[in-house]
Design a protein around this ligand. Structure first.
Ligand code: ATP
Ligand code: MG
Length: 348
């Protein structure tokens, strides 16, 4: 028999799942009603269905704001980021930047848009072309974006390397990616992401392949760059232990949807959705006094994105499922407190 978790605060208002949530200042980016469905073809020919990797997501990002997207593997985080970067065309929805819907831009418009976006990938070695030197890697976006003056390009390359603390710069300019450590490779990826002076930095699990001490350095570096350049940052991670140091708001994704969102301290103290609770409970605690047992991961398997469960997508794994409701109707967002929204019928 399941016991209903006590809500920490009663919800007051409910909003439609497609309604863009609260954003404190003028948004630099507005994601509206975004759907990304990949075609699933059988024998490479017959359309057998769609992988609903991103399914009705809306949020705003303010100038200079850092947000985190968390969620388990396969929930659609990278697809969402690649769509925001203009690398994947959405099936439906809008991405507004500088009053333009980037989903409608052609090649030239998209190139201009991408010059405002920096992308830091999870695997730095895979992200860097192996046959190019650090100088060439950093020079390429400048050439593509019309910085014709060679001296100006060299000046910007050196400045970017100094900013990511790769000094003395001469020691790195002629090196190839395989001659660098994982941390140094990730610094080059960050330098490349910063070289055109972006407004938004998308960091997709930027430290998950690095060891613990390097992780802290890279996160501090990103935080420093954010403050110096007033960058808006979207930080994607599995690692709930780093989000509080890096983001102002957290969005929890589950099976292509955002199921809970709140300011960082609010979410850490008062997470409400059963999935968010399970995620926090599954986070390993490095404190030896608390780490006597291996923590449980959410029970069951993440759902198929081709045939997601009806109603709430978490209901087959939820200990607090309300029969006759959760498996029938998709929950809207319930507002637990200002800026804290939860898509769960427990808080109706
Ligand atoms: N180009 C594609 N064509 C078809 N399906 C895709 C494509 N890209 C991603 N997918 C599917 O979309 C779903 C979400 O994938 P995605 O990489 O966005 O997840 P993720 O949350 O980033 O996972 P991880 O944490 O492991 O990186 C997966 O089921 C994946 O197989
Ligand atoms: Mg991913």
């Amino acid at each position: 028999m399941s016991v209903t978790p006590e809500p920490l605060i009663q919800s007051t208002i409910s909003t439609s799942p497609t309604e863009a949530p609260f954003c404190p200042v003028m948004p630099v980016l507005s994601i509206q009603d975004l759907h990304v469905w990949f075609e699933l073809r059988q024998w490479g020919f017959f359309l057998a269905g769609y992988v609903r990797a991103v399914d009705d997501i809306s949020f705003d990002l303010a100038e200079g704001e850092a947000i985190a997207i968390v969620g388990e593997s396969g929930c659609g985080k990278t697809t969402l980021m690649r769509t925001i970067l203009g690398l994947v065309r959405p099936t439906k929805g809008k991405i507004l930047f500088a009053n333009k819907n980037i989903c409608e831009l052609g090649t030239i418009g998209l190139r201009e848009y991408r010059s405002h976006m920096g992308y830091v990938q999870q695997d730095p070695y895979g992200a860097l072309p192996p046959f190019l030197s650090v100088r060439r890697i950093l020079e390429e976006p400048l050439i593509i974006n019309g910085v014709d003056d060679r001296g100006e390009r060299e000046r910007r390359i050196r400045k970017a390397l100094e900013e990511v603390k790769m000094a003395p710069v001469e020691d790195f300019l002629t090196k190839f990616p395989h001659m660098l450590s994982g941390g140094q490779q990730q610094r080059v990826v960050i330098a490349r992401a910063m070289i055109l002076g972006p407004k938004i930095l998308v960091a997709d699990e930027p430290v998950s392949m690095l060891d613990a001490s390097v992780r802290v350095e890279i996160l501090k570096l990103l935080e420093g760059l954010r403050r110096t350049h007033n960058l808006a940052v979207i930080y994607v991670t599995h690692d709930l232990s780093t989000v509080r140091y890096f983001s102002e708001r957290i969005f929890v994704m589950y099976a292509g949807k955002i199921i809970e969102q709140a300011r960082v301290n609010d979410l850490i103290r008062h997470h409400q959705h059963p999935y968010t609770r399970a995620l926090f409970e599954a986070t390993p605690d490095p404190d030896a006094h608390n780490a006597t047992v291996l923590k449980d991961v959410p029970p069951g398997e993440p759902p198929s994105l081709v045939k997601p469960p009806p109603g709430c997508r978490f209901h087959p794994r939820c200990a607090w499922k309300i029969d006759g409701l959760c498996e029938v109707e998709e929950p809207p967002y319930f507002e637990m407190r200002p800026q804290h929204l939860v898509a769960c019928w427990l808080y109706r």
